[in-house]
Design a protein around this ligand. Structure first.
Ligand SMILES: Cc1ncc(COP(=O)(O)O)c(C=O)c1O
Length: 392
């Protein structure tokens, strides 16, 4: 039976952290005792373990997912004068990463149903300056690996995956992070694998790329006080790595929880009267790691999105939007020269999507409650809307 009211936060990290707090405290104490806060033992251990989990040879911890993209692209040889293909409907950090690497981001539209980069649109944006594509494994679903590899082979581009939302995601036998020359992950606290602060990693099978990121993140030094290139200070803290070492073995289980939660959402939402409102399509089965569970509202409901969010919040349900403004319409990036109408599918998505609560530990009852309340709120707003129409 459904309870009268169930509070459902958008994300709840306590479910993950409380059962392993003693282990985490111990790992933190060990770092304090060793005093190796910068480039310490736990970092080397985490880099090796995370790379292995992704099925690649090298991992280099950096200060954030944004830096993972910036330094990773740089280490792959991307820089000034190079154009990099990026989906318009990503978190702005993908664009920032390319700009920080010195390259020019070239935005392209996405597919309407999966919200993933549209490779046909990407092909049309290629110029002689195009050197790379940064597919974003958005919401936890990988861009189809073989299609990406074929695309990169035809146009002679390198692939740098933005896997910030896709820790251990799989598709067609590939792990996120193992498709391209290199990939960047974020350990922002609410990510599928989150630190207790900022963090990121570049993973790659290429030893030269790994070595270069190691140097770039550490003042461009190959060894102490010997700076072979213009680097920066962007290392993953040993303390964060120690915490991530404890969390990593639980990641597959947490992803499975997310997958099951998505399965319940799919089922409940399907059985409700939510005309034309559909989840973003999952084409990777259980390989989708559902960093986010996103639905596309019908056009009618999309006009009422703010009201829907507000009424759900009144019922204890937090929702969010990823992302309400596509990159090409962000005021700070007007100089890139894009306009409204340039990427119609990304724009449509930004107006119609809604992210529902999703985290490992969310219960079936909570999901049922969210789905029911969404359906009720939607039905009320639809009636209100048609009343207004008939009275006009
Ligand atoms: C798709 C995507 N790319 C890049 C980033 C940047 O990661 P960070 O916040 O760790 O810099 C994020 C994280 O928010 C993201 O979701």
């Amino acid at each position: 039976m459904t309870p009268i009211s169930v509070k459902v936060p958008f994300v709840d990290l306590n479910w993950q952290h409380l059962p392993i707090q003693i282990e985490i405290n111990r790992a933190i104490s060990e770092v304090i005792q060793r005093g190796d806060f910068i480039l310490g033992e736990a970092l080397a251990q985490f880099e090796a373990s995370f790379a292995r989990a992704c099925g690649v040879s090298y991992g280099v911890g950096v200060a954030s997912g944004t830096d993972a993209i910036a330094l990773g692209l740089q280490a792959c040889g991307i820089g000034a004068g190079d154009e990099v293909l990026i989906p318009a409907n990503t978190f702005i950090a993908t664009v920032i990463g390319a700009i920080q690497a010195g390259a020019t981001p070239v935005l392209v539209d996405c597919e309407q149903n999966t919200a993933l980069i549209d490779l046909e649109a990407a092909a049309k944006a290629i110029t002689p300056k195009t050197k790379a594509i940064v597919p974003v494994h958005l919401y936890g679903q990988m861009v189809a690996p073989q299609k990406l590899l074929d695309f990169a082979a035809i146009y002679k581009l390198l692939i740098f995956e933005d896997a910030a939302q896709a820790h251990l995601a799989r598709r067609d036998g590939y792990f996120a992070g193992s498709v391209g020359l290199a990939a960047g992950f974020s350990f922002y606290p609410s990510k599928n694998l989150g630190a207790f602060g900022s963090g990121g990693i570049v993973v790659t099978n290429d030893e030269t790329v790994a070595r270069r990121v190691r140097s770039l993140r550490n003042y461009g030094a190959t060894h102490k006080y010997f700076h072979t290139e213009r680097g920066t200070n962007s290392r993953l803290d040993t303390l964060q790595a120690a915490i991530l070492n404890i969390k990593l073995p639980y990641l597959s289980g947490w992803n499975l929880e997310r997958n099951q939660a998505a399965y319940h959402y799919d089922r409940y939402l399907q059985s409700l009267e939510l005309q034309d409102t559909l989840p973003i399509e999952n084409r990777s089965g259980t390989g989708h790691v559902y960093h986010l569970y996103v639905i596309q509202l019908s056009k009618l409901l999309a006009n009422k999105r703010e009201k829907i969010q507000q009424q759900l919040a009144e019922r204890g349900i937090q929702t969010s939007i990823h992302y309400p403004i596509p990159c090409h319409l962000q005021p700070g990036y007007r100089y890139l020269g894009y306009q409204k109408g340039d990427f119609p599918r990304a724009e449509k998505l930004s107006q119609q999507i809604l992210s529902l609560p999703m985290y490992p530990g969310i219960t079936k009852e909570q999901i049922e409650w969210v789905s029911q309340q969404l359906s009720l709120v939607a039905a009320n707003l639809t009636v209100a809307c048609s009343d207004t129409l008939t009275s006009e």
